[in-house]
Write a protein that binds this ligand. Structure first.
Ligand SMILES: Cc1cc2nc3c(=O)[nH]c(=O)nc-3n(C[C@H](O)[C@H](O)[C@H](O)COP(=O)(O)OP(=O)(O)OC[C@H]3O[C@@H](n4cnc5c(N)ncnc54)[C@H](O)[C@@H]3O)c2cc1C
Length: 457
């Protein structure tokens, strides 16, 4: 067994990997390892690979025609992965207000990786390229909310002076992401080249994004990205059917309807499925169960609500974040005239339908800056729980032949590929992801979320 020559060796010649959980991390990891020639078995209690949105009125809205499987028609007892609900904002700058600078800075690596991953999915026979864009985003504030917006900007500026942020800006951001031509084209100054919000006049905003009206203050967040979460999760499963890597053809076996009750350091998975209990043994196991990792990890769910609108001709081209003293609201344009408006953040594990208050606040905020939303049709109201650890930070843990990755909280899509590379390195698994080597996008910096407890047995 030779393993990945560009990106690390394989621990003890590991060929067969068991993964607990087929959400965002589980699917990404399975697809990646199989593309390196490994054999992977993935277990998840979900009935199949398709999404099952909380509101099932229009199950196929927003799903690629390339996906012919389930789209919410089933009635699972198992709640779907948080990854399906997410709006897919890839916002390192805005997340500086919610995460340590070293963590938010990882987002720049992830954006480079997502670009490569979505392109690779598009090249794989039987799969498709999910929507991905990296055009920057807007931050807006109404006139009375300027004070609160300025406090946010001051926090971002302070975090932006940190060494971790500066390093990521000079490596991933300046080398791979910011298009130098875009800076003058958008009327931006050199300051925005430092990965910080750039204040714009309303005339500049209007010139770039004519559909936005109503806000009094605007900032541009250069190089931020977005992707279509549900379709990326589906494309990963489709692509994983036909893979071949440096160590030969890889394969993913998806085991739907099977719950993992224990993930052992001895690389055993204890499984509970329709046929009863069983134990499966692998060379290495990976625990990506999100909230389902309880009680092994002290996870908690943080409720988020999202409104899907169909608004033909809305004209919005980039995600918008509205700064407000009480809540943050974002509007994310997706192909097919869709707008996603989200997301509340409520310290509750309640999975009941979207509340009137949240729906009103989200939709009123969207309409206050995007008048075209007035005639939009509400096509879906979705609810899910973000998997969070007590410190709201992620955790990578290696113990024996078990790797755990969890706690991706509100920025899982922003962090997943970069964190996965760090986790794979810690577990001696192949790290070159979609052709992007670990050291290609600059150093990884400090990783206090990495707990490489013991050497592998
Ligand atoms: C409303 C909302 C909006 C969001 N918006 C964004 C955003 O714009 N940008 C961003 O970066 N992030 C966003 N997120 C966060 C992101 O979705 C999560 O951080 C991410 O999905 C976490 O990935 P995960 O793989 O750890 O967990 P999940 O995606 O939840 O996957 C966990 C998987 O494990 C399975 N599982 C559970 N228990 C077991 C078991 N016992 N055995 C086997 N399998 C099990 C589950 O069925 C599921 O498939 C948002 C989240 C929400 C809820």
């Amino acid at each position: 067994m030779t393993g990945d020559r560009q990106g690390g060796s394989l621990r003890g010649g590991a060929r067969h990997i068991g993964i607990a959980g087929a959400g965002l991390l589980g699917r990404l990891c399975a697809w990646h390892l199989a593309s390196q020639g490994l054999s992977v078995d993935v277990f998840d209690p979900a009935p199949d690979a398709g999404p099952c949105f909380a509101d099932r009125a229009q199950p196929r809205v927003g799903l690629s025609p390339a996906w012919t499987g389930g789209g919410g028609a089933a009635d699972p007892v198992w709640p779907q992965a948080a990854g399906f609900t997410a709006a897919g904002m890839l916002s390192p700058i805005a997340e500086l207000d919610n995460a340590e600078p070293a963590l938010a800075a990882l987002g720049w690596r992830s954006i480079v990786l997502w670009r490569a991953i979505t392109q690779a999915l598009g090249r794989t026979p039987g799969s498709f390229a999910p929507f991905y864009a990296q055009r920057g985003s807007w931050m807006l504030a109404h006139r009375p909310d300027l004070g609160s917006a300025q406090r946010v900007l001051a926090r971002l500026a302070a975090a932006g002076r940190s060494a971790a942020w500066q390093e990521a800006v000079s490596l991933a951001y300046r080398r791979f992401l910011i298009d130098d031509d875009a800076i003058p084209a958008l009327g931006l100054t050199e300051a925005s080249a430092q990965g910080m919000p750039q204040a714009l006049s309303l005339a500049q905003l209007q010139a770039q994004e004519p559909s936005l009206a109503g806000a009094a203050h605007a900032w541009f967040l250069p190089a931020e990205g977005q992707l279509d979460t549900a379709n990326t999760l589906l494309a990963l499963v489709l692509a994983a059917r036909t893979l071949s890597g440096p160590s030969g053809p890889g394969r993913v076996n998806w085991h739907w309807g099977e719950r993992v009750t224990q993930v052992g350091e001895d690389a055993r998975l204890h499984l509970h499925g329709p046929g009863g209990e069983r134990v499966a043994t692998f060379d290495q196991v990976i625990d990506t169960r999100g909230l389902g990792a309880r009680p092994d990890l002290p996870m908690r769910g943080v409720r988020g609500e999202l409104v899907w609108l169909h608004a033909p001709g809305h004209g919005l081209t980039r995600p918008v974040r509205l700064l407000h003293p009480r809540h943050r609201v974002y509007i994310v344009p997706r192909p097919g005239d869709l707008l996603l408006v989200g997301a509340s953040e409520i310290e509750s594990e309640d999975r009941s339908p979207v509340s009137l208050r949240s729906a009103v606040e989200l939709m009123a905020a969207a309409h206050s800056v995007l008048p075209a939303a007035a005639e939009a049709r509400v096509v879906r109201l979705d609810v899910n729980l973000r998997p969070a650890l007590p410190d709201n930070g992620p955790r990578i843990e290696v113990a024996g032949r078990r790797l755990r990755i969890n706690g991706l909280f509100r920025h899982g899509w922003l962090l997943a590929p970069a964190l996965l590379q760090q986790a794979l390195q810690a577990a001696d698994l192949p790290t070159t992801l979609a052709g992007v080597a670990l050291d290609e996008v600059g150093g990884l910096g400090e990783a206090p979320w990495l707990h490489a407890a013991q050497a592998c047995a």
